[in-house]
Ligand binder design. Structure first.
Ligand code: UD1
Length: 417
């Protein structure tokens, strides 16, 4: 299994390009199941999660053709097997995103229940409840969701909590339903908006994406389209944190500050200068940061996917900070690994009290999930000596060529096999 070896202590400097967003690409690839005509995608990130999704829809009869460096054509003309097996779903929870499109296009779907994961129980009851409200018959048998509907019917759905993939699944089901669907308490994440743009390019009638009330007027069929995946705001935020913790100065291109207000605000509070110009963001960090408290909430508030990275920053900042995680019940697994590097962190229920220490010391640490891995990389970049991160397959799920991009920014990092 691959590991990442980091020699800490070099301030990051220079320029790096941001890739397409994983969390936009995954639902958008599933949207191609909704039309029998070819879909062209650009700015598709090279990530293990994207390969897993392509394998999954490939098993369903979708033809996958790579185009150039980051282009992809998906043709669902021959879609004939509306099934997502446990073997696939267990490796990637986002596989649940095929449920809505399969049901809408094929009238049936058999999708494995995802089960829990490292960061919490993560049920999919809201996905199921919403589809039932649209007239789907759903049974859960032998760990599989068995869903059928001759044609889904528009409905008014109020989700119990804000759910990103839940909103996306229901939106994709509703675009081919008979009549109007309104999703209340919808997720406002930019990735939901990107999916809506793709669906609209395919001929869907959607309004309100980006607000908490999305209205979808179902159509009989969707056509092929071309869509460019939005930049990855979490990858962007992660590199900004990496530069901030090392006292660096970097510029990220092919990105957008538009979706990063809460993160940029916290970086400024920590003492960094952040400026934006067109599709680029520049950060200039002071030699030592100030602690910043954060509380994770659905968009546009501070994202849970940036929580671990800010915990790393606070480990070596002046003062103490409270990090409150409100989205997932078990998302502090990185804290024990950061403590192995010398951090001072106390966890009480969903709060972490982080008191900055003068410096971290390199050690061998274990990545437990995608963003936890990112926080260990960030900590390793500033720790004295060598940090060896094990189980970096988590990183490869969501960060394209991370060691290459970091090396380009001057970090001393290499993959060891
Ligand atoms: C998505 C993102 C993930 C991010 C998360 C929160 C993708 C592929 N993944 O995950 O990176 O961390 O949003 O921003 O886009 N819940 C239920 N029942 C449901 C659905 C959700 O109880 O049916 C709960 C979850 O357990 C969690 C909360 O709602 O506590 C929010 O989860 P949700 O927004 O659904 O996360 P994902 O869509 O899985």
């Amino acid at each position: 299994m691959d590991k990442l070896l980091i020699q800490g202590g070099t301030p990051l400097s220079g320029e790096a390009a941001i890739s397409g967003a994983k969390n936009a690409a995954l639902p958008i690839l599933c949207a191609s199941l909704l039309s029998a005509e070819p879909m062209h995608f650009i700015n598709v990130p090279h990530l293990n999660d994207v390969s897993t999704m392509l394998r999954l829809i490939g098993q369903m009869g979708v033809e996958v053709t790579m185009e150039g460096n980051d282009g992809l054509v998906l043709n669902s003309h021959g879609l004939n097997n509306p099934t997502a097996s446990y073997d696939m779903v267990k490796t990637m929870r986002a596989s649940i995103l095929v449920l809505g499109p399969l049901l809408a296009r094929c009238g049936e779907a058999k999708v494995s229940l995802p089960g829990g994961c490292a960061i919490g129980a993560r049920p999919v009851d809201q996905h199921i409840k919403g589809l039932q409200a649209m007239g789907a018959e759903i049974r859960v048998e032998n760990g599989y969701i068995l869903a059928s509907a001759s044609r889904l019917k528009g409905a008014r759905i109020v989700t119990d909590m804000v759910t990103v993939t839940g909103t996306e699944n229901l939106m994709m089901a509703a675009v081919l339903a008979d009549g109007e669907t309104i999703i209340e308490n919808a997720a406002r994440e930019p990735e939901v908006v990107d999916l809506a743009h793709c669906l609209m390019a395919m001929g869907a009638h959607i309004s309100g994406a980006g607000t908490d009330s999305i209205c979808i007027e179902g159509v009989e069929r969707l056509h092929g389209a071309t869509h460019s995946i939005m930049p990855d705001r979490i990858e962007t935020g992660t590199y900004l944190c990496a530069a901030a913790i090392t006292g660096g100065r970097i510029r990220l291109t092919n990105t957008s500050a538009a979706y990063l207000d809460s993160v940029v605000q916290k970086l400024r509070e920590s003492g960094c200068e952040v400026s934006t110009e067109g599709d680029s963001i520049a950060l200039n960090a002071p030699p030592r940061l100030k602690s910043v408290s954060i509380r994770t909430e659905p968009y546009p508030a501070f994202p849970t996917d940036m929580q671990a990275q800010f915990m790393a920053i606070n480990c070596v900042a002046d003062g103490s900070a409270v990090i409150r995680e409100t989205i997932f019940e078990n998302r502090f697994m990185h804290a024990v690994e950061l403590i192995r590097l010398g951090a001072d962190i106390r966890i009480e229920a969903s709060n972490a009290l982080v008191t900055g220490v003068p410096h971290l010391d390199g050690a061998t640490v274990m990545a437990t999930d995608l963003r936890a891995s990112a926080s260990l990389v960030i900590a390793g970049l500033v720790a004295q000596g060598e940090t060896l991160i094990e189980r970096i397959y988590h990183l490869d799920r969501g960060y394209e060529r991370i060691e290459e991009k970091l090396s380009k920014l001057g970090a001393r990092v290499r993959r060891v096999r």
